[in-house]
Design a protein around this ligand. Structure first.
Ligand code: HGY
Ligand code: MN
Ligand code: MN
Length: 424
């Protein structure tokens, strides 16, 4: 931490004020949460507000072809920036901190640096990436995946959402089909502040997580087809009921996770029967299965076990199955030098800190493909997230934002401590 800036601290009231103002957009009545599915009108309104804040800070704001927004504060040199950021799209039952904290704490870093009259050696950038949640348009982390060259833009623009519209159409509609080219410029380094969204930090009474890795993610959509029939006249032995197969798959997913053991998780989050009527044996059942594990081999075994169970159970019920991969990302290990920097910075600021993996997916796992990257976690009350009651205390928010501030200043300092991509 450069001596000249060691005493700098963020203004937590200003950060909480921005979090509250952004949470007003798509606010979920009676809760602290908000719903801004990617590329909806609510997402557009949230984007417009954050872009206004970026411009009010005098930052140079660019929008790229997938709608990622990158704002830059000039440094002494014109090299790759030290970038922070996250996402501002949410799930339908979103909390106000998931993603939003990493973006708005980035703006707080900028305003704190400016107020101190400091010009960093390297430029500082704050980004929000399109469709991190993947809840409307799969896969998740779509914007950052395109930013790092992990998916061609045309392929991403052609993705159809759960409501039948395409990414490209929606970007045009909300006027965020930007001109900046993708893949984007690789930053010098990337640091993402994010709420843990799990129970570990709170349970251990620790303030900061120095995140070392992100677990592997496997999302698939299963469409099970049987035969619609009359609920009253069709004897059980004659039925080909995809609803029954779906129910058995849901139970199997939980049994699989229990059997494999922590950290294996399995979730059926979306389920639809058609024609979804009280007196009709369903014609089809469509469900999603989300499997995750820190170990790629174990995750692949879990995928294979599930596939075998689905095939066998569907055949026994005279049904057919189609499976579509919605997302598949292997586990990611963050840059040890940047993880060290997070850990040491937290300790030097007097905060308790521990190394840990991330259970959730994050944009940082994509930026790690192109630059030294790590994450900073702050505790989540009751380990709750993807729930409007998501909460992190002001003291923990402040701690996380100050760690982000000083990690970024160190990485941007240009002295020997600033491990990152080469300049230019
Ligand atoms: O699903 C995830 O882990 C993230 O919230 N997109
Ligand atoms: Mn998130
Ligand atoms: Mn999320």
């Amino acid at each position: 931490m450069p001596a000249s800036t060691a005493a700098l601290r963020v203004d937590i009231d200003r950060l909480i004020g921005r979090l509250a103002a952004l949470a007003e957009i798509g606010a979920i009545e009676g809760t602290e949460g908000c719903a801004r599915l990617a590329l909806t009108d609510e997402d557009k309104a949230g984007r417009d507000l954050v872009v206004t804040w970026m411009r009010d800070l005098g930052m140079d704001v660019v929008i790229d072809g997938i709608g990622n927004v990158i704002a830059t504060l000039a440094g002494t040199i014109d090299g790759p920036p030290v970038m922070c950021g996250s996402h501002i799209d949410t799930v339908r039952t979103g909390g106000r901190y998931d993603g939003n904290l990493g973006v708005l704490a980035g703006l707080e870093v900028i305003e704190t640096v400016q107020a101190a009259g400091i010009t960093p050696y390297r430029p500082l950038a704050v980004a929000f990436f399109t469709d991190e949640e993947g809840a409307r348009f799969a896969p998740d982390m779509l914007g950052s995946l395109v930013y790092v060259g992990g998916m061609p833009l045309e392929e991403a623009l052609d993705i159809e959402g759960i409501d039948g519209v395409r990414v490209g159409e929606e970007l045009e509609r909300i006027d965020y089909a930007g001109a900046a080219p993708v893949p984007g410029r690789a930053p010098h380094a990337f640091v993402e502040l994010h709420v843990e969204q799990g129970p570990v930090l709170e349970a251990e009474g620790i303030t900061i997580g120095a995140v070392e890795s992100v677990q592997g993610i496997s999302w698939q959509e299963l469409t099970i087809t049987g035969q619609s029939n009359h609920a009253g006249t069709t004897p059980i032995a004659m039925r080909r009921d995809p609803g029954l197969v779906a129910a058995r798959v849901i139970a199997f997913a939980r049994e699989l996770a229990d059997r494999v053991g922590h950290p294996q998780v399995a979730t059926v989050g979306a389920l639809a029967l058609a024609p979804n009527l009280v007196n009709v044996v369903p014609a089809s059942a469509t469900l999603t299965v989300d499997l995750r594990n820190t170990d790629e081999d174990v995750l692949q075994k879990a995928e294979a076990e599930l596939a075998a169970f689905v095939a066998e159970t569907a055949a026994a019920e005279g049904c057919t199955v189609e499976s579509r991969t919605l997302a598949r990302f292997e586990p990611v290990i963050f840059a040890p030098a940047v993880v060290d920097r997070v850990e040491r910075t937290a300790a030097s600021l007097g905060h308790s800190v521990r190394r840990m993996p991330s259970g959730a997916g994050h944009d940082a796992q994509m930026l790690a493909r192109v630059c030294p990257t790590a994450m900073v976690f702050t505790p989540s009350k009751d380990g709750l997230s993807h729930n409007p009651a998501e909460y992190t205390s002001p003291a923990d928010l402040e701690a996380g934002a100050n760690v982000l501030l000083h990690v970024m200043l160190t990485l941007a300092s240009g002295d020997g401590d600033d491990q990152g991509n080469a300049d230019g």
